[in-house]
Structures are given as C-alpha cells and as structure tokens.
Design a protein around this ligand. Structure first.
Ligand code: RIB
Ligand code: CA
Length: 313
C-alpha cells in the first residue's frame, strides 16, 4: 500500500536522511515538505528542504512555516549538532528554486481537504505547523488518515533536559495542542531512536548503495557524528527522524504501547511527554488525556537493513 504523506521537517542532518528514505521508498508518496524552525531557523529549514528536493530530483511543493514557538522567545537552534548550515558545514550549494507561497499550515489544510482521509502527517521537527493547521481547520483530525511524529521520550530520559526531547521541548505548547487533538497519533521518541546507534560503516554502506543521496548523508553526518561521539570511545550517531517513516513501510519492526499522554508546559518540566499505559492508572486527570501509541521497541538489524535496501533502490 502506498502511503500519501506530508513531511514536516527542520532539516537538519537526520531530517535529510529521513527525507531521502521517504523519496526512495516505493511505499511512500511525498506530497510536499513543510518546514519549521528547530535545528535551524525556519528560513534555513526551507532553503535546505529545497536543496534536498533538488538533489533528489523531486519536484514537489516546499513551504516555509512557523519560525517561533507557540509561547515564549525565539529558539536557540541546534547549530552545535547540525552545523551553521544545518548540513554539517559541508558548503553544499543551496537550491535557487522557489518556495510554494503558502504557509506550511495552510498547505497542510489545503492538501487534507483535497485528499480527505488519505494523508498521514509525518512530523520530524517541532509541532508548531500542525498546531496552527488545527487552528486553521478544526476538522483536520477527521480530514487526515493519521499523524506519526519523531519526538518525545515516554519511558526514557530526554536529550535537552532530564525529561524533555528536543522537538517537544522546542514548542511544548504546540505539542500539547497536537497530542490533545482527536486523531490517530503515533509517537517515535527517544525510547526507540536512541536505542539504535549508527556507526561510520553504516554511512559508508549508504554511500555504496546510493552514491548521490547516501554520499550526502555520509558527508553531512561527519559533524553530526562528532557531536554524538563526545565522551564515547566509539564513533556513532542517531538517525532519529527516519523511524516514523520506517514504521509506515514496515510496522512489524516495532512494538507499540498504547497509553494516555500528557505534555508538560511548566518551566521545569517543559516538553516532558508523560504516558500512562492503558490500565495503569485510575486518575481522572490521566484517563481524560488523549490516547496515543508510543514505539517502545524496534528490531535494530531489520531496521538498518530496511534503510540500506531502500537507499539502494
Ligand atoms: O531529538 C531529536 C530531534 O530533534 C530530531 O528530529 C532532530 O532532527 C532534531 O530536530
Ligand atoms: Ca528533525
């Protein structure tokens, strides 16, 4: 079955790897890339998304979305992880293509109305565009097939604070709106994405199987691997963002746990995604919270092979 998706992204090196995976997969049709701030400012996210589409010879709409969190000051961005250019400082020539003139939120709403019940929103950055789309079109949950996100940390510690993962921490109020909406939401958080380290051999293999796209991922992930290898005696990185896409293609690689989910927005716990597995609480405060599916395990070796085989197509 082919999954029609809109990929909401803040490219970003692991975003790039995920975007190329989606482009390569015969089971995924990417209707457009909607961009958001997060790893880098939204203007850079948008330009980088155009560059990735041009490199992959994909002629699809790319839109620029929200550049600020729902509440609070401008983000600090993650150039220390993704480089000044968002691509590991590899000085890759930027595309000169034009953006679609619509905002990311408007594009999401327009496409959902055009393809009612068919589109899966895959969000691999902060969730401001999805939250704004919900405000533009309150019936959005009924107009999309579902939502799959890279974000959160349900039963493991965070990567920005002890309790919060970056995408949720960057826009906790938007995430609260998205988690509370009445749609089918699947969360691929650090519970699974931090459990699968990728070594330079994997990046070498990606390049062997796809010189252009794999070669870009290999080159851009040098800087990214430096960051993740600090304090370790081996070189590794984590390709967080491809996980929700791998689930669409091969759901049996994952164990999912259903539970009531809450997003914290208080200053201390901002961005915490707390999940009460079904049947583990009688608290009305938790029972009234929306239910989501959280990825809690993944088959490491079959996941790696899926990435390699898809890049080789
Ligand atoms: O915490 C990892 C997430 O934050 C990934 O989406 C990465 O690209 C960054 O946006
Ligand atoms: Ca991302």
């Amino acid at each position: 079955m082919t999954h029609k998706i809109i990929l909401d992204t803040d490219p970003g090196i692991d975003d790039a790897m995920a975007i190329f995976f989606a482009f390569q997969s015969p089971d995924i049709e990417v209707l457009g890339l909607t961009t958001v701030y997060g790893n880098v400012p939204v203007t850079m996210s948008a330009r980088n998304a155009l560059t990735l589409c041009e490199l992959a010879e994909q002629d699809i709409p790319v839109t620029q979305g929200v550049g600020m969190p729902w509440v609070g000051p401008e983000s600090g961005y993650a150039h220390f992880v993704h480089g000044d250019d968002g691509f590991g400082n590899i000085d890759f020539p930027a595309s000169q293509r034009d953006l679609d003139p619509r905002s990311s939120a408007q594009f999401i709403v327009d496409m959902a109305r055009q393809h009612p019940g068919e589109i899966t929103l895959v969000a691999i950055g902060p969730l401001g565009n999805l939250a704004l789309a919900l405000r533009l079109e309150p019936n959005l949950p009924q107009l999309v097939k579902g939502v799959a996100i890279m974000g959160g940390a349900a039963f493991v510690k965070g990567n920005v604070t002890p309790v919060a993962e970056a995408n949720i921490w960057n826009d906790a109020h938007a995430a609260e709106i998205v988690f509370a909406a009445d749609w089918d939401l699947k969360m691929f958080g650090l519970d699974v994405t931090n459990s699968v380290p990728f070594t330079p051999d994997f990046m070498d293999d990606l390049e062997l199987r796809n010189q252009k796209l794999g070669g870009f991922v290999k080159k851009s992930s040098e800087f990214y691997t430096d960051f993740y290898s600090q304090g370790r005696d081996d070189r590794v990185c984590f390709f967080h963002d491809a996980m929700p896409l791998a689930y669409l293609v091969n759901p049996e690689l994952f164990e999912m746990t259903r539970g009531h989910a809450r997003v914290s927005t208080d200053p201390l716990n901002r961005g915490q995604t707390s999940v009460a597995p079904i049947g583990t609480t009688m608290s009305p405060l938790w029972l009234e919270a929306s239910q989501i599916d959280v990825a809690t395990k993944v088959d490491h070796e079959r996941l790696r092979q899926l990435y390699l085989d898809t890049y080789a197509l």
